[in-house]
Design a protein around this ligand. Sequence first.
Ligand code: HAM
Length: 412
Amino acid sequence: MQSLPGFRDFLPEDCARRNYIFARWREVARRYGFVEWEGPPLEGTELYKKKSGAEIVEQLFNFTDKGEREVALRPELTPTLARVVAAHEREFKKPLKWFSIGQFFRYEKQQRGRLREHFQLNCDIIGENDLAADVELVALCIDILRAFGFAEKDFVVRISDREFWTDFFRDKKVPAERWDDLLQAIDKSPREPREKTAEKLGDLADPVFAALKSGRKSAKLEQLVEGLRARGLADFVAVDVGIVRGLAYYTGIVFEVFDPAEKFRAVAGGGRYDNLISQLSDGSLSLPALGFAMGDVVLGELINGTSRTREAMQKAIANDSKIDIYIVIAKEQRRADALAQIQQLRDRGYRVDYPLTPTKVARQFQSAEDLGARVALLYGDEWPQVKIKNMGTAQQELVAGDKLLNRLVELL
Ligand code: HAM
């Protein structure tokens, strides 16, 4: 029996790496005043059909449930967020700053950096029109990557503005019904042969290619970069109007994060979607919104591929996996006394391990070392005294059983 293509098994080391990523995500999102929330993993298929755009709908893991409902495993969080906010917005002061960490499913062609399940951090700000929110969001995205040890040379946030293109289309008198298809064609253009893009763009091919080449930007984009410059973060970003994002709901500033050589797919992406909540609530509620998601797959590859970030991760994981105390049971008669103590130590929050069955003393000390214990406690002939061995210095001392807890507080 094998796992399905594109699905991962998480062995303990993989879980440790995943938890390391989650911990940094959570830590920095909280530093920015974001609060955590979560949605359901299964939603009505309609939600995505209406809101995400054609590409994601093709990739849905969907089925009819036993109640004859059309349902889909979530491919992304944004439509759920819009649905939840539309239902609960009165309960919260604006702007909302919400983050969420969860698993998502897309029936994609498997390729480097793209699987059929992945984890995302989503960070969204709801109820703020001002560009200050866009600056804050991009800064958060940069700081999350910095928290893993990445520097300016390790990644670039490519920033663009969909309004640059909608203004461009308006200027060229392109009917609004064509805009979505044109934006999709521009989004795919870096990954497709020029002729194919030209065919999709039709009469607009030449002016679009010229605009892409010109490096022009809007005043809004310049302001955004200035906002980041004031925080010392401008060197992490590059304006690139070729970024338009595949999802249908974006309305303004959009961005994607790549490794500088663009060896990998995007590590994160997001932007403004000011109309989505209004569309989902059939116009009864209108709230501006913006957000991004960062995936664990490309991020994991980038961390592994950069020695600084890989070492930081390995160090953090090694520290986190260590136990505090290993109990060596040298005489089986002392097992009951040792277990009573183990219970007390664990109640106090120490990480404690011991051999479940009789084991040679040398092997027990080996386990103490393998598990990274800071001290080993030896229960043997010395009882009612216990021998404490400092595993770092190999120093040993004898302590009376009833004084042990106090001595451990001093040592650990
Ligand atoms: P997205 O660009 O579709 O945006 O996905 C965000 C990130 O999730 C990607 O940059 C990538 O790292 C990761 N990702 C997506 N699909 C896969 C996959 N098949 N395998 C591995 N990783 C993947 C969104 O999902 C938007 N909802 C983000 C957003 C939040 N916009 C506003 N708020």
